[in-house]
Design a binder for this molecule. Structure first.
Ligand SMILES: Cc1cc2nc3c(=O)[nH]c(=O)nc-3n(C[C@H](O)[C@H](O)[C@H](O)COP(=O)(O)OP(=O)(O)OC[C@H]3O[C@@H](n4cnc5c(N)ncnc54)[C@H](O)[C@@H]3O)c2cc1C
Length: 320
């Protein structure tokens, strides 16, 4: 970075470079999602590290297709079975990029597509892998003439100046896309998905409106006082020139990592998150969203996990 004092790992705000983190609190205690697991019934929990679910084990019964467990491989390529008992169920939480491929590879998807790749069809569903979207994000970086604490940087350089990023993003884009498998054999091969940002003109118009607002904000007296300089991605001088604003939006769009869809509710899963056409298989992750929350989605996702678990316990209690 051109800054020569290396402070190594530190939670302090120090001139030079350092390795930082945002998951430590002021006492240096680390917080992350695993804390939720620690509050669970650990004797009922078995975690397989560095393992991939390869197969969902389906069987037919009078009421339709059911699952009896999954087959997974560990880091040494050994395969194992994890089977459910009694009224147990399989819950897929492989995310928007992981859950649709698992359904495809296990025969839940569009019949012609699966058949053409010699995958036996368990349950036809035309919508697996569809309605995928990502909230488009555009930003500008400005140099602020004072130092402030970094919020998300991991390896950071701290000078008397700071770089501030002003981000504009929106949820519920109208542009969507479909996920495609690259391998119909190996679950470890990542699928491809192109999010088609701004394909729908309304999405581009929303970005232009949002960035105009950012431009207006930068012109306020409060921001003038900061005497900032532009680093890159400068906004067009004329905020009312639609064509240059649209070019700005298209050329600077990035992900904010809130991609979702692929097993959308009411299309691939029902209101109870059960895979349509199956009895004991649910999907509980960001692939079920047709719209991602406007803010960071992790809290919502964790709540959906907990909500679904509690619902399942209630259903079992009622069935007894
Ligand atoms: C760089 C980055 C920064 C982010 N920052 C934030 C933030 O600050 N706050 C926030 O709220 N959200 C943030 N997000 C978004 C958030 O992490 C995601 O929206 C959320 O994790 C999605 O949850 P999920 O359960 O759908 O999937 P994931 O969290 O992606 O979980 C799916 C898991 O399944 C695993 N998997 C996939 N296929 C298989 C398989 N076949 N077998 C076994 N395992 C499999 C994956 O490895 C992964 O661990 C960020 C995302 C990224 C990428």
């Amino acid at each position: 970075m051109g800054l020569h004092i290396d402070n190594e790992f530190s939670l302090q705000h120090l001139m030079g470079t350092k390795t930082s983190s945002s998951i430590f609190d002021n006492e240096g205690k680390r917080h992350e999602a695993v804390e939720l697991l620690n509050k669970g019934e650990l004797k009922n929990l078995k975690v397989a590290f560095a393992s991939y679910v390869e197969r969902i084990i389906f069987f037919s019964k009078a009421s339709g297709v059911s699952t009896s467990g999954i087959v997974y491989s560990d880091s040494k390529e050994r395969t194992h079975e994890a089977l459910i008992r009694d009224e147990g169920e399989v819950m897929l939480s492989a995310g928007a990029i992981g859950s649709p491929p698992l359904l495809f590879l296990n025969g839940v998807g569009p019949l012609p597509h699966l058949s053409s790749h010699k995958v036996s069809v368990v349950s036809e569903n035309l919508d697996v892998g569809k309605f995928m979207a990502d909230n488009p994000c555009n930003s500008i970086n400005i140099v602020v003439p004072f130092a402030f604490d970094p919020s998300v940087g991991y390896v950071v350089g701290i000078t008397k100046l700071s770089v501030a990023t002003i981000v504009e993003k929106f949820s519920g884009p109208l542009s969507s896309s479909s996920l495609r498998l690259v391998s119909f054999i190996d679950v470890k091969v990542s699928p491809t998905v192109r999010f088609n940002y701004f394909e729908d003109p309304e999405d581009l118009a929303r970005c232009v409106r949002g960035m105009r607002l950012v431009g207006d904000m930068l012109k306020t007296d409060a921001m003038e006082g900061l005497k900032f300089g532009d680093l890159k991605h400068s906004l067009p001088r004329n905020l009312f020139d639609d064509a240059s604003m649209e070019t700005f939006c298209s050329s600077t769009v990035t992900t904010i990592w809130h991609y979702h869809g692929g097993c959308v509710v009411e299309k691939v899963v029902d209101g109870d998150l059960r895979v349509v056409g199956t009895n004991s298989l649910r999907v509980v992750d960001g692939s079920i969203f047709n719209t991602s929350s406007g803010t960071n989605p992790q809290a919502t996702l964790m709540m959906i996990g907990r909500y679904t678990g509690l619902r399942m316990l209630q259903e079992r209690g009622a069935a007894k």
